[in-house]
Design a binder for this molecule. Structure first.
Ligand code: PHE
Length: 450
């Protein structure tokens, strides 16, 4: 059999994994949650969680991948036959997220095209976004373009596809986001937004702050979806795993903070300090921001730069989802990369269509008030992902034992946070994951609000 292709080195791995981690979650979800849950307090708790909890799970996943050199299902199976189902759950999560993530990626492309064509004012009008996503054909066309772009990268392989794209996109994304953040902070009234974002506010702090930060951390670090197992399997034995994970965390959290600096001050400056403008949820990026941009100088350029960086972020995340699925098909069915990619691309397109139509002609199809796209999001992020993560912790603790993972990390370097890893995996992670699962279910069924 052909030997498994690998990233060229640490930098390629870190940028590709950071490319997966940095996505829509960092750019619109993180700033909005931070603003809602106590600003600096949320940030502090988030950073502590990333450094402890996120670190431990990411180490477990990447070392599992590197140790076995296999995609999620095979990785679990090699260590214990009975537990390949955990890998299967992770792969299913990735398989189900990709289609609807691509629908949103398609919206981003549409907005980018809008700024290229100079439709700055039209995109800022009330009802533009709702009217657009309700259309039956155009959003699907953009979604197809988005998925096909991912497929083109994946087909080129790990080194020439994923790694190359990440090495180009990620530095550009960092620079563009710093440019927009500087612009936003220096707007009249922008500093008020910075204060709101960064200064701790105890009145907004509650137990829910921790739960919200936990859920966000999982999503943002692309955990429990098989992605980090897959990317870990392309990582060289001699490269420093612990340091790489640290760099991914830094990159992911850094971009989330910069995104807060881009969005919150701009919204503050535009709305005269009205915090409620921040609570628009998904609408924040597609409805509020175009209005903000339309009222600023250089609106077309800023809008264009902003949606370009969002597109890069979304593309590298979607690429990682697709790779996690393609690698499973290649390993399990012994398909070649081309065949697996073409089939996964077609499936993602077909499965994405209902999520897109659910905003328009199929909007009548709701469960618990959720449209099709939100149902997919709920099923994957609120149910399957925490279940998968919980099973992973149990697997590491009881079936394989943490020592196996520790040995794997130590193959390439000393393991500085070894004790932390053991304590988190054994005791803290399972409890916290159950907390996320219960609260997200209760909030969806309307028993509490997150
Ligand atoms: N981590 C990505 C983000 O922050 C989201 C993502 C989820 C990416 C699942 C891949 C898989 O937006």
């Amino acid at each position: 059999m052909e030997s498994r292709s690998k990233f060229t080195g640490k930098v390629g791995f870190v940028l590709a994994a950071a490319g997966s981690a940095i996505g829509l979650g960092n750019i619109w979800r993180f700033p909005y949650l931070a603003a809602k849950y106590g600003g600096g307090m949320f940030l502090l708790i988030y950073i502590l969680l990333v450094m402890s909890f996120g670190f431990a799970i990411m180490i477990a996943e990447t070392s599992l991948g590197r140790k076995t050199g296999l995609s999620p299902i095979g990785a679990y199976r090699v260590l214990n036959k009975k537990y390949s189902c955990i890998g299967a759950i992770a792969s299913i999560v990735a398989f189900l997220i990709l289609p609807y993530y691509s629908v949103i990626g398609g919206w981003v492309m549409k907005y980018l095209a809008g700024y290229v064509q100079g439709e700055t004012i039209a995109m800022a009008t009330d009802g533009y976004f709702g009217g657009y996503i309700a259309q039956p054909v155009e959003p699907i066309v953009w979604q197809v373009i988005f998925v096909v772009l991912c497929g083109v990268v994946i087909i080129r392989g790990v080194k020439d596809g994923i790694e190359k794209v990440s090495k180009i996109f990620m530095p550009i994304l960092l620079i563009l986001s710093i440019v927009v953040a500087i612009y936003s902070v220096t707007l009249p009234g922008g500093m008020e937004g910075v204060k709101y974002f960064l200064l701790p506010s105890f009145e907004h702090f509650s137990g829910m702050t921790v739960v919200a930060a936990l859920g966000q951390m999982f999503y943002s670090m692309s955990l429990a979806m098989g992605i980090m197992i897959t990317y870990g399997s392309y990582f060289h034995k001699e490269d420093d795993l612990e340091k790489s994970v640290k760099h991914i965390e830094l990159f992911d959290t850094g971009i989330a903070i910069i995104a807060g600096m881009m969005i919150i001050p701009a919204v503050f400056a535009f709305s005269g300090g009205d915090e409620t403008a921040l609570s628009a949820g998904p609408g924040l990026m597609f409805i509020t921001l175009p209005k903000v941009f339309a009222n600023m100088g250089m609106s077309r350029v800023i809008g264009l730069i902003f949606f370009l960086l969002v597109l890069f972020a979304a593309l590298t995340s979607a690429i990682s989802l697709m790779e996690a699925v393609v690698s499973v098909f290649c390993d399990e069915f012994k398909w070649d990369r081309k065949k697996a990619t073409i089939i996964v691309t077609i499936c993602a397109i077909l499965l994405g269509i209902p999520s897109s139509l659910g905003n328009g002609i199929w909007s009548g199809f709701t469960i618990l008030g959720l449209g099709i796209l939100d149902q997919m999001d709920f099923l994957t992020n609120s149910i399957l992902m925490p279940v998968g993560a919980f099973l992973t912790c149990i697997f590491v603790r009881y079936i394989i034992k943490p020592q196996v993972f520790i040995d794997e990390v130590k193959q390439s370097s000393e393991f500085k946070r070894e004790k932390l890893f053991v304590v988190v995996i054994k005791y803290i992670a399972p409890v916290c994951i159950v907390a996320i699962l219960v609260t997200s279910i209760l909030s969806t069924f309307g028993f509490m609000s997150i």
